[in-house]
Design a protein around this ligand. Structure first.
Ligand SMILES: [Zn+2]
Length: 314
């Protein structure tokens, strides 16, 4: 592995923010999520022009290197150059999304739509992100059951009472008996290296239980969170990422423009605000076939000391 793709960055380093312009938090939060995903860091080719995702990650790496370099440039001049670079990346991504989302610069879209379109553009990520599963909707009262065979990039939960990656109680009305709650189960046929969940209306209430989880034979660590906070008619998205090598966390908010650094402590996450959760497997395999199709559940999992996690081999 060459140094260009070596993801180990000393923790004392600083990370530039994408400055929020024209209500761009939906897009900036998405790019932060992608540009801090270690699995993608390893996977991405060095050439920033090889794909849109490579452009985001490679240019962001350049910005980090420049910000932390001992270059003689004055700090303000450095930041201007970095913002210029990041704005050019955002323009490229935004130009692509305009063709997909009919989004215009002053009209916000959602990180979910942005993420789905950016990932789906590059087929080379299918084997680390796509997941095959059966989506089972079942009524506990009248036993109405609907099973759909699915393959998705992102698993979407409708309005739910609490989050469980294997299944949740939804606030969908049973079409047969009008019971206001239906059970939703995801029966996984495959478990990818990166698992992404989307919540249409938050992940229920209470604290997030599964920051680290084991499903079937695979252990996952929560490494990315996009939160959606609504205030009247305005919606604001922020991203929290976890540095998997050191278990440190960092919150990016486009309303803060100064570079920030990772720190200790699991951030307080109000699951009501959860929009996207990203988990990365701690083992180096690509997508694995899921064992125990009928008996699936997740267990909470205490990660080993992070230095022993084998995330680098591939
Ligand atoms: Zn029913």
């Amino acid at each position: 592995m060459d140094s260009e793709n070596n993801p180990t960055i000393p923790m004392e380093k600083w990370f530039p923010m994408w400055k929020n312009e024209f209500n761009s938090c939906w897009l900036d939060s998405t790019m932060v999520l992608l540009s801090h995903n270690r699995t993608l860091w390893y996977r991405i080719r060095k050439d920033p022009d090889s794909s849109l995702m490579a452009n985001i990650i490679c240019k962001y790496k350049i910005a980090i290197r420049f910000l932390n370099s001992s270059s003689s440039s004055h700090q303000d001049a450095k930041m201007i150059k970095i913002q210029h670079l990041l704005v050019s990346v955002r323009k490229k991504v935004s130009d692509y999304l305009k063709t997909k989302l009919s989004c215009i610069e002053d009209k916000p879209s959602s990180p979910f739509c942005a993420l789905l379109n950016i990932i789906s553009k590059d087929k080379e990520f299918e084997d680390i992100i796509n997941v095959k599963f059966d989506k089972v909707l079942r009524c506990a009262k009248c036993h109405f059951t609907k099973i759909e065979e699915m393959e998705e990039t992102i698993l979407t939960f409708p309005k739910i009472t609490y989050f469980n990656p294997c299944g949740s109680v939804t606030l969908i009305e049973c079409p047969a008996c009008k019971n206001p709650y239906l059970e939703l189960r995801f029966l996984y046929k495959t478990l990818p290296r990166v698992l992404i969940y989307h919540f249409e209306q938050g992940a229920g209430g209470g604290l997030l239980r599964c920051t680290d989880m084991k499903m079937s034979t695979r252990a996952y660590i929560l490494t990315g969170i996009i939160e959606c906070v609504k205030d009247g008619n305005s919606v604001h998205y922020t991203t929290t990422v976890r540095f998997i090598d050191t278990d440190l966390w960092l919150n990016f908010d486009g309303l803060r423009t100064k570079p920030e650094t990772f720190h200790e402590g699991v951030p307080h996450l109000n699951v009501e605000h959860a929009h996207i959760l990203v988990y990365e497997a701690v083992d180096p395999s690509y997508t694995v076939t899921c064992e125990s199709y009928h008996e699936q559940n997740f267990t909470e999992f205490n990660p080993m000391p992070v230095s022993t996690l084998d995330i680098s081999a591939e």
